[in-house]
Design a protein around this ligand. Structure first.
Ligand code: 2AM
Length: 177
């Protein structure tokens, strides 16, 4: 049976992707790591791994039942995880809506047999990969905000040496007060 590498995540508005890429180019020297392509900047909510079409359908149905409010996300934190070699952007205080959404998707994934990392969820946007050497992080004088109005299921594709994420389906978050 065919299996696709899938994850639930939050995409970024394109103007923000462009801003982040410009900022990254100013802040980090080339040797710091491999920059993630602008279109690939995202926040992973739940990583599913290689999933059969049948299992993906079940997960899509469950995702459609989630009732969750839209929320604002403040990007005001950055960090470096030397072991996986990741430089990331995140939030000093993650909004409750984000944590609840990830918690639900991760619980549904676990119940459907997708192994979930035992590490606590730390929402982040990976900016650089292969960043295994010590680096100086930029001063924390940056702040971007965007409204998260939907979440999506993505397929991770790798071809011709490049990773690309294809959005398979999106679900809206409610704006009702
Ligand atoms: P990362 O950005 O922290 O590397 C698609 O591969 C997305 O799923 C990436 O954002 C990646 O997170 C995340 N991901 C990949 N493999 C993972 C794993 N084994 N556990 C959790 N998240 C993973």
């Amino acid at each position: 049976m065919s299996a696709r590498r899938l994850f639930f995540g939050i995409g970024l508005p394109e103007p923000l992707q462009q801003q982040l890429v410009r900022w990254r180019a100013e802040q980090f020297p080339e040797e710091a790591g491999r920059p993630v392509a602008a279109a690939n900047l995202h926040i992973t909510l739940a990583f599913l791994g290689d999933v059969s079409d049948e299992k993906a359908q079940g997960l899509q149905q469950l995702a459609g039942r989630i009732q969750q409010r839209a929320f604002n996300l403040d990007l005001d934190d950055a960090g470096h995880w030397p072991r996986p070699g990741v430089v990331w952007l995140g939030c000093r205080q993650a909004p409750r809506g984000l944590l609840q959404l990830a918690e639900m998707l991760r619980a549904q994934a676990a119940r459907s047999g997708c192994h979930q990392s035992p590490q606590p969820f730390h929402p982040h946007i990976t900016l650089l990969r292969n960043a295994t050497r010590p680096i100086a992080l930029p001063p924390r004088n940056f702040h971007w905000q965007f409204r998260v109005t939907h979440f999506s299921l993505y397929q991770s594709l790798f071809s011709q040496g490049r990773t690309r994420y294809r959005c398979l389906q999106s679900w809206p978050l409610s704006e009702i007060p």
